[in-house]
Design a protein around this ligand. Structure first.
Ligand code: C5P
Length: 247
């Protein structure tokens, strides 16, 4: 990561390949990578003349974050991680609430497959608590305590399983770094420039605040992809990151 803009991972949450590729082509020089999540993967992953969207991005040496949030039995997750590693993704994620054995299986699958292929392993990060959930939502699903308490408990477990970092809100980033160390990556969605529409996100932060809190990567979707001028939106966010990082 050398430029402030490299900390921006654009969430390509669109449902067709053409729009996704257009966003990729216009933004690729202005951001650090692209997140392919469930919407695009399910909608567009199946129909690009046999070469799926991820192959196209990897071919162009783009950092692809495969955001499928794997949450299944260890054997199934390991198989999915092996496939993602073969596809050449740069980062992938699993749910920390899938437990110790599942996270260990994911890390082991990534390392064994990349060693066999002679390439760098993908970064494996664990989703702690979705940024669309607040304390009340957690209580409804039987998780007592605040989001921060759950995030910290899951981060410590994830670190113990050998994952490279966690996905969490910027609001928890400083505490995660304190508990798990500066090298443990914090990848944060729920980013909104000041005054931005929160949409379904509940644990929010501005780009500048996220950087000051210690987030390594900012996952940003709608504030860029739905902006009138996505490139300008990315450039403005990169400037805010640069200003915050230089303080
Ligand atoms: O459009 P917006 O900036 O809210 O997009 C955030 C992206 O980050 C979405 O693709 C969402 O799936 C993803 N994400 C999230 N919260 C998590 C993990 C991933 O919002 N904990």
């Amino acid at each position: 990561m050398s430029r402030p803009a490299d900390r921006i991972l654009v969430a390509l949450d669109v449902s067709d390949f053409e729009t996704a590729f257009r966003l990729f082509a216009s933004l690729t020089d202005h951001v650090g990578g692209f997140k392919v999540g469930k919407e695009l993967f399910v909608a567009a992953g199946f129909h690009t003349d046999g070469r799926d969207f991820i192959d196209r991005l990897v071919e162009q040496e783009c950092n692809v974050f495969l955001d499928m949030k794997f949450h299944d039995i260890p054997n199934t997750v390991a198989g999915a991680v092996r496939a993602a590693t073969r596809a050449g993704v740069w980062m992938l994620n699993v749910h920390a609430s899938g437990g110790r054995e599942m996270m260990r299986a994911a890390v082991q699958a990534a390392h064994e497959t990349s060693t066999r292929l002679g390439k760098k392993p993908p970064l494996v990060v664990a989703v702690t608590v979705l940024t669309s959930l607040n304390t009340q939502d957690l209580h409804e699903i039987g998780l007592v305590g605040t989001p921060e308490e759950s995030v910290l408990r899951l981060s410590v477990l994830a670190k113990d399983c050998g994952v490279d970092g966690v996905v969490a809100s910027a609001q928890e980033a400083a505490a995660i770094k304190r508990e798990c160390g500066a090298d443990f990556l914090v990848v944060s969605p729920g980013i909104r420039p000041a005054g931005g529409d929160p949409g379904d996100q509940k644990r929010l932060s501005t780009p500048g605040n996220a950087v000051r809190c210690g987030c390594d990567y900012l996952v940003i979707g709608r504030p860029i992809t739905q902006a009138k001028d996505p490139v300008q939106a990315a450039v403005d966010i990169a400037a805010e990151i640069a200003a915050a990082a230089s303080r």
